[in-house]
Design a protein around this ligand. Structure first.
Ligand SMILES: Cc1ncc(COP(=O)(O)O)c(C=O)c1O
Length: 418
């Protein structure tokens, strides 16, 4: 068993071999979209090369496309622990899937029904829901505690009241890394008869998702955030979906998938899930495998190994940042609380705008995002909207301690020159 070895895994990602100004590039831009392993590239190209046809035909390439669609539903069902692959739906991205779903839910609301969103969420899990105000829905927004960017539990309790019909919440913040207690929030929603909609886009590359354990009604993610192609996936309880009005073409059966799917993307999504499962197969037995076996068990082992590696990186990064004068981390800083965050770290630097810091890092091959990343309400709540937001240092499992150290050295130098 090789165990978890990021250096060996990195060799599977052609992009990670890139150099900038004579030095290896450091990809800390994962939260905006991760790089992909060769097997994903091969799967996408392989589908286009040999299996390209529309679905439902009586000939070989069309049957292959049907098989790819089925395999993609099965792969995502394993990743999300969906009770049935038929409950997994695909679309262009999370935002489109969420707008489609919120429109259908909105058609069932009565004036005065309440829809709960949070200040911590990406706008893609806010705007589709706040748009329902046009139909008479009352929007309740759960605030954060600015000191550590966690949801305010008292405000959450107040917001999810007897008239709540929808609770839309993120699994992990794409700006500051906070992991929400989604199972507790879904239980609270259920207790008042509201449906829960979970945005797992940012959490997916960092931890094991289990829609059955979470007790949510729908959960959405995007495969390009976990080493796959640009595609969105929605799991929704079938009974709920069937109860909603369908905006679809007359003869089509599916209520979410409108028109032809991105078949080559689906082939790549299968390869991305299989890439993660292969990591699990390389881990020593018994490190967090659930009893249900197969690819799901491998994914559980993989995500446990990934989380352990990422926690070590996050600790090193947070400790290093704390020692740089003028650098401020927004979100959970305490390395005793690493289980409550993913390794997505938002910083500001005294005397330097986020764009200046990102540009300086970018010039030496360290790729980071700056701005609000559509977590607009959060960045405004932190009072950073007018000053360019934050610099986001986004680690995933293919990042290394050496990359963290190189980033810290670069930030130290920028801080000293500010
Ligand atoms: C937490 C979160 N939710 C939603 C989205 C939107 O995803 P998509 O680009 O698939 O619409 C993003 C993209 O950055 C995100 O980070």
């Amino acid at each position: 068993m090789p165990g978890f070895d990021p250096e060996r895994l990195r060799t599977q990602f052609p992009a990670l071999a890139m150099s900038v100004a004579g030095r290896p590039a450091v990809f800390l831009d994962g939260p905006g979209g991760t790089q992909v392993p060769q097997r994903v590239i091969d799967a996408v190209a392989g589908h286009l090369r040999a299996h390209n046809a529309n679905s439902g035909g009586a000939f070989a390439t069309s049957r292959n496309t049907d098989r790819v669609i089925e395999e993609a539903r099965a792969a995502l069902a394993d990743l999300l622990h969906a009770p049935s692959p038929s409950e997994v739906k695909f679309g262009a991205n999370m935002t489109q899937l969420t707008f489609g779903f919120s429109r259908a839910v909105g058609a069932t609301l009565e004036p005065g029904d309440e829809v709960v969103v949070t200040t911590l969420d990406h706008e893609a899990n806010v705007s589709p829901w706040t748009a329902l105000a046009e139909r008479g829905a009352v929007i309740r927004t759960v605030d954060i505690r600015p000191e550590d960017c966690t949801l305010d539990p008292d405000d959450l309790d107040r917001a999810i009241g007897p008239r709540a019909r929808v609770v839309a919440v993120g699994y992990a913040s794409n700006a500051v890394g906070t992991i929400n207690d989604v199972a507790a929030i879904c239980a609270r929603a259920r207790a008042v008869g509201a449906l829960s909609y979970v945005d797992a886009v940012h959490y997916a590359p960092h931890g094991l998702i289990d829609v059955q354990r979470l007790g949510c009604d729908a959960l959405v993610c995007s495969t390009y955030k976990f080493f796959g192609p640009h595609l969105g996936a929605l799991w929704v309880r079938d009974a709920l979906l069937q109860s909603l009005p369908a905006y679809k073409v007359r003869p089509a059966e599916d209520r979410v998938e409108l028109g032809t799917l991105n078949h080559e993307g689906l082939a790549g999504a299968v390869a991305a899930v299989d890439y993660l499962a292969a990591i699990g197969c390389e881990q020593p037995e018994g490190s967090g495998a659930p009893p249900d076996g197969g690819r799901r068990a491998a994914l559980a082992r993989a995500m446990a190994a990934i989380a352990a590696h990422e926690a070590a990186l996050a600790r090193r990064l947070l400790e290093g940042l704390a020692a740089i004068p003028g650098v401020r981390v927004h979100g959970i800083r305490d390395v005793g609380r690493l289980a409550q965050r993913v390794p997505t770290v938002a910083v500001t630097m005294a005397g330097r705008s986020p764009r200046e810091v990102a540009e300086t890092l970018g010039a030496e091959g360290i790729f980071v995002w700056d701005g609000d990343f559509y977590a607009q309400a959060l960045i405004e709540r932190l009072g950073l909207g007018a000053s360019g937001g934050v610099v986001r240092l986004g680690l995933v499992h293919y990042n290394t301690q050496a990359e963290v150290d190189r980033t810290l050295v670069a930030l130290e130098r920028i801080a000293a020159q500010a």
